[in-house]
Design a protein around this ligand. Sequence first.
Ligand SMILES: [Zn+2]
Length: 483
Amino acid sequence: MGRRVTAVVQAGVPVEGVALTAHPLQRIGAYALAALAGVNSPAAISGEQLRAVTKRMTEDAVTAALVRDTKVPEGFWLKCSLSFFPNSPMNHPSNGQKSESAIGEAIARWRSKPDPGQAPGVPCVLCGRPAAGFYGKVDVPLAESDLYRNSTPRGHQGMALCWPCLCCFHALPYGSQLTGGPANALHSWDDDFLAWSVRTQWERNRREILVGRGVPRQPPSREAMALRVLRGYDDELDAGVELLVYSNNNRGQTLDVHVIDQPLAEWLRASIRLPQRRAGFVALLRAHRGADRPGVVALARNAFRVPGAIVSTAGRYLGRWAAVGVLPPGAGPLVALCVSYVDEVMGMDQKILSEITASADRVGELLSQRSAGEFNRFRAAFRKSALLRTWLRREAVTWALDQTQQSSQSSGPLVSTRAYELLFDPGLDSRAWFHRELFFFAVLEKLHKVEWRPRDADQAAKELADEDDAPEDREAVDGEEER
Ligand SMILES: [Zn+2]
């Protein structure tokens, strides 16, 4: 998360205005208020608009509360309130026995602006302006995490918040993806992206929930939801993206934060959207597909948890095919996509890249004369760097002898000294394994270029072939079908 929650006020925000603070959930709520007010940024919300929006949020809360039943489709919003505002007059267990007007009045009291005369005389912990009161779990997700500290000491009434900051927390559900259980929200320090993603989520919520259709159709996973959002965004991302999974529920407060750094977020966004990367991205989804889950779920999970596994999964997939003597459909574009990852996400030095690919090109040429069985031995050697080193040393001798016999114009040793260093130097730390990964890709690229088709390419290849793509994966590339 990078930034601690500290009291920060934007210069020029009036006392009654909605400020952006360093608290990600407050920021999401601030942009949700902006979406509700129909303006582009929190700073543009006028005092009158803020009053109108809070009135509307109160009305929505009353409408939901009067359903009284969280199990019917119209009760979905009420069910969600348990994860946002537990113990509030919206979902109080005694509501079953209360009249409609009593529930409505209790909610209106809960959501009304406190009398300035009752102000506690302390600053808002988020923005530093005068607080309107102390607020706890009924209003604010107080999920614990080492990054978000509940600033409420034991026995204390809650967080000191000003009225506009409190309104941001009340607006939080409008900008979050609602599941009925823990909510998901995307946060970014790229304000333009955050404004757009919250507005888009609000439009979905309005379309799918407030009209009482019940539980909205859920994406195949939370991480896949994040990819769907990236796919929809037109501009380049200036910052990374955080997926916040949180619940304020009495049964367990949680907050999980998953992060994609800017280079990877932007690479994913571009890879999903750019027509020239489409074939590679479709192949990347196939590479990630498992027996029981669509590729988009595994890919999105890797993106948030183990980004390095994106390329190695693609490598294993290509290797499995090449082991039976063919390359799968989309192999060329997939290799190109993985090389773009190396370039754009890993920020690899071009000199290193060309050193490795030059050696891989020669190894690819050598393998193109060999059987699928020999390729398989080469692939197996990648399990351990010592095995690969042995394989390369042995082949280097053959390569040198061949060159002497053919007295062809010397194209140098099979693997240059510098490339050896890059592939095996333990001093290079975590980079050497990645260089080997890249080396493998570059060999496959060469094989693809020369249309490698060994004599022993067998029937097994057919068995690997053409399964239909999972519907979730088609949707990840093409967007959702209209329902
Ligand atoms: Zn504040």
